[in-house]
Write a protein of this length. Sequence first.
Length: 259
Amino acid sequence: MSIVSKVRITSPVKTDDVIFLMMKQTQAELALLVPDMAIERVTRRKQTITELFKTDDSPVIVISRQLPVLYFSADEKIVYHENTMNFKLKRFHKYGEVPPLIAVMPVELTSRAVIVDATMGLGNDLMLMAHMLKSARFHAFEAHPLIYYVIKEGIMRYYSEELTGRITFHYGTACDDIVAASDVVYADPMFETTISQDSGMQVLTNHVQQADHDFLAALIVHAPCVILKAHFRSPLFQQYGFQVAVRKSSKSHFGIICN
């Protein structure tokens, strides 16, 4: 049974036949992802997002010619956004400052490595890795069907085929065979409270089930190398023997363990 029982699909207030076709395509894809989920196409007319939630509290995806937007409520939305990635890339190109996640990677920037993002979420770390590791290939997993859809679609629409062609998106939990065949697996499984000023991350924390510790243990068993992002006080680093890259200015650290 899906963690989501119903979703509504609608358009912007100003719409056209192309958007209606896109709504049908979205409905078809979601139906394939989660056959037991109720999917309702809603005629928007002039209703505001707040009005859409007055009589029904099920999530809403707004489909437009831009990026799809997922609303869990009138005040909680998720859409793909570059967030701080551009800032990190500019710092790298201008000052040679390597982002912490990339610095802890056990592969060269030119490597043709296979990297698994086991917890795609909003896709920020995935796209940072894809921009920095220009020859690597990626498998991105997300277990929440609606977040998977809007972030995957957002990335596919936002970036060039040259970039997205190196990414394979998967709905569900990271598979043992893909994990075992990779060079590096990255996970930010939100075992502890997420520390972030970004409202999208807060919405993600509110609506995504935290992975259990068996998830991390399975990654460590099957993957040749695992990178974990967690709170600096997380006992997981010591429990599993991660080598921790301490970040003095951040409440989240990266740990790495290689078999």
